[in-house]
Design a protein. Structure first.
Length: 342
């Protein structure tokens, strides 16, 4: 039995997390979901805070499946998503971006892994008004975090047969901050002579990604560039509805999709649960349940290959529930075939 914290999240979060849980449960792996309280906790000013109970739960279970959480724009509280990553030192954000079989997009052969530094950079949340009309936001880059994420990227490349790590930066302009990041990556690259190492300036990288994405293998980025380039890459393979992710630290792991709360479609039973279900497959791998993880991927891939029961963001007309029912049925059928074979 594996205990797993479940944070349903906001917007489409409860719909896609319920779908992902059903799909993971269908594998037959015994998962004991510890669902955390959803009621917002606020401070005296009414700003939303991270639930202490969420942190306690993840510290206990060490692993969580999480839906997206909303953050007000240009006002209000800090991102709870960022706060959670920082509080648990989930320093590596891992986002594998691949074409799904049968899902026609403008590009074939996209198979790129994004490794994003998850704890600092402009997401440190240090902003202040110097004088009215002048605001300063601090970009924090440390040798420790840059070296740690670089080592994660190269170790991931080595373990997963990735041949080339490409560091993305803007060190021509931010010579000290991005320069420090780049120098740390270069030092780590020297420890992995079997892995090719390249560098690209972020603007050029974006152009190359939308011209010829198949040339990229593993991208290593700081927090802000990683956030932006992740959505860009999702767009290459069918959109935010299909790209999974993991936030990994040395003690804890939180699996969530790349997408946000999608307020435009929340509550309509049309959201695509593929991204969170594939994040769930990454969670199963993390728990050592590789066969179950593979069963989830295969069931999802089969539906995409056949083009049946897909949601509208990927060209179908099925509801969240219809897609989930079809994946659950395929996963259960595979699980009973495994039992018969055993
Ligand atoms: P978003 O990712 O929520 O939505 C962007 C577009 O993609 C929308 O058109 C939406 O309908 C579509 N989309 C996203 N996920 C989908 C799915 N599973 N199925 C079908 N269509 C999907 O980005 P947006 O609108 O910029 O942000 C909304 C809120 O989410 C904001 O409050 C933002 O701060 C938050 N957010 C939270 C994240 C997290 O919890 N890790 C990540 C990104 C944004």
């Amino acid at each position: 039995m594996h205990r797993v914290t479940l944070i349903p999240g906001d917007g489409i979060g409860p719909e896609v997390s319920a779908a992902a849980c059903r799909i993971l449960n269908a594998t037959g792996v015994k998962l004991d979901w510890e669902e955390v309280e959803a009621e917002p906790v606020t401070d005296r000013r009414g700003d939303r805070l991270l639930h202490a109970g969420w942190l306690d739960s993840i510290r206990r279970t060490r692993v969580a499946l999480k839906g997206p959480m909303a953050t007000p724009v240009a006002e209000g509280h800090r991102s709870l998503n960022v706060a959670l990553r920082q509080a648990l030192e989930l320093y590596a954000n891992l986002r594998p971006v691949r074409n799904l079989p049968g899902l026609k997009t403008r590009f074939d052969g996209v198979d790129v892994v994004i490794v994003r530094e998850n704890t600092e950079d402009l997401y440190a949340g240090l902003e202040h008004t110097v004088v009215p009309g002048v605001v300063e936001g601090l970009k924090i880059v440390t040798e420790r975090a840059s070296t740690r994420i670089a080592r994660f990227a190269f170790q991931y490349a080595r373990a997963n047969h990735r041949r080339t790590v490409c560091a993305i930066h803007k060190a021509n302009i931010m010579k000290l901050s991005d320069g420090l990041f780049l120098n740390c990556v270069r030092r780590v690259a020297g420890e992995f002579p079997e892995i090719n190492y390249q560098e690209l300036i972020v603007d050029n990288a974006c152009m190359q990604l939308v011209m010829k994405p198949e040339q990229f293998d593993l991208l290593l980025l700081q927090n802000l560039y990683g956030d932006i380039v992740s959505d860009l890459c999702a767009g290459l393979v069918g959109g935010l509805g299909v790209v999974p992710a993991a936030n990994l630290g040395s003690e804890h792991a939180v699996f969530e999709a790349v997408h946000g709360t999608a307020p435009d479609i929340a509550g309509k039973n049309v959201a695509n649960p593929t991204a969170l279900a594939l994040s769930g497959a990454m969670l199963l791998d993390h728990l050592g349940e590789a066969a179950a993880a593979q069963a989830v991927r295969q069931a999802i891939h089969a539906l995409y290959r056949e083009g049946r029961h897909l949601t509208s963001d990927v060209g179908g007309s099925a509801s969240t529930t219809e897609f989930t029912d079809a994946v659950v049925a395929a996963v259960e059928a595979a699980a009973s075939r495994r039992q018969v074979g055993a």
